[in-house]
Design a protein around this ligand. Structure first.
Ligand code: PBG
Length: 315
């Protein structure tokens, strides 16, 4: 049955479609032109003035969704710019929605880019205060919803973040805004390039006290189940490639849509090798995307989305 491509196509079990992809973008309040992210060739910190163009381009490729990360001009200990109606992400949501009404706009909900110390929650001394952070995340999600976001994605890894967002959204009349939960987000060196991109590296310590220990799969199962209980609409596993076993577990655990996030470090590794001519970028990307789908992911968040869409569209 492997004799020729027609036979192989006939018995192929898994496929990747452009409609499975989500494209993450960075929008920087102080940018006046696209700023290349050096560790992520091909990715930029966009000025607000370019968001409409990006949204149209992504939408025209058939990619159904973007995931917005903001870099605010001002940071403070209460992350005020994260839930300001005039914040950078709130503006970006409106621009994207206006330019491409059918494009699904998802937003990252975490304070790390909005506080001077770069941790994902507010601090009490040198400790992240889980419960004091929840109301801020809830306000942030509601303000994204007010600006027109379709899906909010809490990534701060505070316990009970999904429930906090769900009840705040419901109370404010946003029952239809969905929550994509970073349910199994591991404390990972694969986020290195992102922290340059989003200017969100912690100024002391690391994120190990709130992100998951990458040695633990049973713990990830517990957190996935917890997010189902709290009302998640999509469960996410992150990083992606090194965590396909977790994607498979998530798939077996729940009938909710499962998303895998091919994070910054995964993108950078492929780009770096491809630039040297050591790997065939197109083949590697299509193989890895297929692997995510084979492991059980319905959706794939990837910085390669636009290139992959071109490759898939012209197959
Ligand atoms: C914010 C956040 C991070 C990523 C997504 N949301 C950084 C982190 O947790 O340190 C990483 C995404 C990537 O590496 O592509 N908390």
């Amino acid at each position: 049955m492997r004799r020729n491509e027609s036979l192989r196509a006939l018995v192929r079990e898994t496929s990747v479609q452009v409609t499975d992809l989500i494209y993450p973008i960075f929008v920087r309040e102080e940018a006046t032109e696209p700023e290349p992210i050096l560790s992520m060739p091909g990715q930029f910190r966009w000025p607000l003035s370019k968001v409409a163009e990006v949204a149209k381009e992504v939408s025209a490729l058939g990619i159904p969704a973007i995931l917005i990360f903001g870099l605010p001009a001002e940071k403070d200990d209460m992350a005020s710019s994260a839930y300001d109606a005039n914040g950078i992400v709130q503006h970006a949501i409106r621009e994207a929605k206006e330019a491409a009404p059918n494009l699904i706009v998802m937003t990252d909900v975490c304070v790390c880019a909005y506080v001077p110390h770069g941790h994902c929650g507010v601090l009490n001394g040198h400790e992240v205060d889980n419960d004091a952070t929840l109301p801020l995340l809830a306000k942030m999600a509601v303000s994204h919803a007010q600006a027109g976001a379709d899906v909010v994605a809490p990534s701060s890894m505070m316990d009970a973040q999904v429930g906090a967002l769900r009840s705040a959204l419901n109370q404010e009349g946003f029952k239809d805004v969905a929550v994509m939960a970073y349910s199994a987000k591991f404390s990972s060196a694969f986020y290195g390039p992102f922290r340059e991109a989003a200017d969100s590296a912690p100024s002391f310590g690391d994120r190990a006290s709130y992100q998951h220990d990458y040695a633990n799969a049973r713990h990830a199962r517990r957190e996935l189940l917890q997010d189902v209980e709290e009302g998640a609409d999509i469960l996410m596993v992150k990083p992606g490639l090194a965590y396909l076993d977790i994607v498979l577990r998530a798939r077996e655990l729940s009938d909710l849509p499962i998303a895998a996030y091919a994070v910054s470090g995964e993108y950078s590794m492929i780009k770096a090798a491809a630039e040297r001519g050591w790997l065939d970028e197109r083949k590697i990307v299509l193989e890895t995307l297929t692997a995510f789908r084979r492991a059980g992911a319905d959706l794939i968040i990837t910085y390669h989305a636009k290139e992959a869409a071109n490759w898939l569209n012209n197959n």
